[in-house]
Each structure stands twice: as structure tokens, then as C-alpha cells.
Design a protein around this ligand. Structure first.
Ligand SMILES: [Fe+2]
Length: 359
């Protein structure tokens, strides 16, 4: 095993030699120095693991040597050689970072014990630094990995959001196509679906419905009469009064619409809204005769918008009403056919609906 090198600095040759003999017997390799102005070069150029330095020396004293070593090689321990009279300076040396002090005359046993402790402490410090460095490297590596994973996840999230947006757009386009198919069945309701969409969303906004509800409402407004594609044109476009049987057939459109839409799994809510868009607030509507809070809110919105649009649009059997006249009509059925709270919102904000519904 390689001997560990120790630098011994003392201006008195006899002390250097004594220490050197003891340390050599203790199986250390010793470099001797008398100190003086060249000591800093010696400290720089020699290879050693421990410094033993006298305090009182001409030109450069032990405290200056200690300061230099601590500043430049902080893992090399320094032992201070001192006399009993130099106790205050020794305390200063300890405060400056000396590992320990050796009071002259020095015994071999005490010297070797102290040196062993100092080198053991140095080994621990080096080991500790190595572990800290490895720990730091590991943390940096881990942080990089986390950062990479976070970036990956963010990219995936963006991809998913884009895919969802595309899907929503496709849904909307599909719904628009269906809405146009409904309108094509009934020449008198051209533009009805688009106006319904506008009026329903405006009312939904006034009622502070959630974003999810807005999407459902938008689709339901466009598709509420989808079931009419299952009703004969001769009945749908009949100008004369409908027989009870014919009226019952028309009523079927709520359930037909619900059935078609419920085939699309993401449109479950929409199909339910469509099913109940002809329920009356007092329970006299169809298909289930639900009343007030039993009727889904979005279906109640569609019911109000549907009546408002029918009144303010031209029909084969009458001209369109003005907004004010339509509102008078609507007031008459508020609380019976229509939800009075929603009607009130429509009345309070009639300016928003007038322009669009008369186009
Ligand atoms: Fe309808």
C-alpha cells in the first residue's frame, strides 16, 4: 500500500527530524520544509495529504500557511505545532480551520494518533464530497428526465386537444348537414335551425350555463326537429288543420329524433334534450308530460326559442309577428307552456333577439 505523504514545516531542524522519524515509523512518507519565503511554492508544487506546521517562524508564520492551505486546498488538513505559551495564537488557528494542534514536546503516540484522525477525517470529507457530487449529478439527471417527460406529456396534451378540436369541428359539420336535411323537408322553416342556434345560445349565456352545456345546447338547437325526417312530407307541409291522427304522427318526431341521436355515444345528453323539447312547463306537453324542473333546462330553453322563432317567422297560414307582438303572445303562455324564468330573460333582453329573428 502506498505511503501517505505528509508535509512537515518547521524552521528548527531538530523538530523536523524528530517528527520525520516518528512519522516514517508510522508508515508515512515525509516531505520536510524549513518554511521561509519559498514555502508557498513548496505548498504548490509538492504532493501531500496533510500539513504539519509550526506557528512561530520567521518571514512566513504558521497562520499564513494555514490560511493559504485552507484557501487553495480545503480538503487537506493542517495540524499546528505550538508551545504552551502560544495558546491564544493556537485558538486563532483553530478558528481559521486548523484540524488540531500538537503541543511541544510531542510524543510519538500522540502525533500518530492525531495524524491518523486528521487523515481519516480527510477521507470522510472527500467521500462525502464525492457522494454530494454524485447526488447532484443524479438529481440533475432526474430533473432532465422529468423535464423531458413533462415536455412529452405537454406535446401529447396539445395533440389530444387538437384532435378533440378537430373532432368537435367534424361533429359540428355533421350536425349542420343534418340540420340542412331537416330544413329541406320543410320549405317554410328555412333558416330556422340557425336562428334557433343563435337564440338558444343567447338565452344559455343569460342563464350562465357551463361550456359543456353550451355545446350540447348548440347541437340540440340545430337538431331538435331531426325526427321530422321520419314524418311524411304531406303531413309536415299541410296547410289545412291536422287531424288528431296526423298530429299524433307529428308528435312522434321528438322520439324519432332522440332515437337517431342516441346512437351517437357522445350525444347522449343531446338526445335527451331533443326528446323533451315539446314538454310543457305545466306538464301538458309530450312525450312524457314532464313539468317545470323535471324538464331538462336545455329543453326548456329550446321550447321558448322555438315558439319565439315560429311567431316571428312567416308561415303559410300567417305573416310573421313583430317582436313586441310575439312577446305579447309568449307572455300569454308563460308558466303554462313555457318556463316563466326563461321567458323573462327573453323579454328583458328582447333587443338581442329582434334583429336576428327577423332576418
Ligand atoms: Fe319540434
Amino acid at each position: 500500500m502506498q505511503k501517505r505523504p505528509i508535509l512537515v514545516i518547521d524552521d528548527e531542524e531538530i523538530i523536523r527530524k524528530t517528527l520525520s522519524i516518528h512519522l516514517t515509523k508510522g508508515n508515512y512518507s515525509v516531505i520536510q520544509s524549513a518554511g521561509g519565503s519559498g514555502i508557498f511554492d513548496e505548498l504548490k508544487n509538492n504532493n501531500y495529504e496533510l500539513v504539519i506546521s509550526d506557528i512561530r517562524m520567521p518571514e512566513v508564520n504558521g497562520l499564513q500557511i494555514l490560511e493559504y492551505v485552507k484557501k487553495n486546498y480545503d480538503d487537506i488538513p493542517v495540524l499546528i505545532l505550538t508551545g504552551l505559551m502560544d495558546l491564544n495564537i493556537t485558538i486563532d488557528a483553530m478558528k481559521m480551520g486548523a484540524f488540531d494542534f500538537l503541543i511541544k514536546p510531542i510524543t510519538k503516540e500522540h502525533l500518530l494518533n492525531t495524524v491518523q484522525n486528521a487523515l481519516h477525517n480527510r477521507d470522510l470529507l472527500i467521500q462525502n464530497k464525492k457522494l454530494e457530487r454524485e447526488n447532484m449529478e443524479y438529481r440533475t439527471l432526474l430533473e432532465k428526465k422529468v423535464e423531458m417527460r413533462t415536455d412529452e406529456l405537454n406535446n401529447k396534451t396539445i395533440e389530444l386537444e387538437n384532435a378533440y378540436e378537430t373532432l368537435q369541428k367534424m361533429n359540428f359539420q355533421m350536425v349542420k348537414v343534418l340540420a340542412e336535411a331537416i330544413e329541406a323537408k320543410d320549405k317554410y322553416t328555412r333558416g330556422h335551425c340557425d336562428r334557433m342556434r343563435f337564440t338558444c345560445l343567447k338565452i344559455g349565456e343569460l342563464l350562465s350555463i357551463s361550456e359543456e352545456e353550451k355545446t350540447d345546447l348548440e347541437f340540440a338547437a340545430l337538431l331538435h326537429d331531426l325526427g321530422k325526417i321520419g314524418i311524411a312530407d304531406s303531413i309536415l307541409n299541410k296547410i289545412d288543420a291536422l287531424s288528431e291522427k296526423e298530429f299524433n304522427m307529428i308528435k312522434e318526431h321528438s322520439l324519432i329524433g332522440e332515437k337517431i341521436i342516441s346512437e351517437i355515444s357522445s350525444f347522449k345528453n343531446v338526445s335527451k334534450i331533443i326528446k323533451h323539447h315539446h314538454e310543457n312547463y305545466d306538464g301538458t306537453g309530450y312525450p312524457d308530460g314532464l313539468k317545470d324542473g323535471q324538464i331538462p333546462l336545455l329543453s326548456r330553453i329550446i321550447a321558448v326559442a322555438d315558439v319565439f322563432d315560429a311567431l316571428t317567422s312567416n308561415r303559410p297560414y300567417r305573416k310573421s309577428l313583430s317582436t313586441e307582438n310575439a312577446i305579447t303572445e309568449i307572455k300569454n303562455i308563460s308558466g303554462t307552456k313555457l318556463d316563466p324564468t326563461i321567458v323573462q330573460h327573453l323579454i328583458n333582453n328582447r333587443g338581442h333577439f329582434h334583429k336576428n329573428s327577423d332576418t
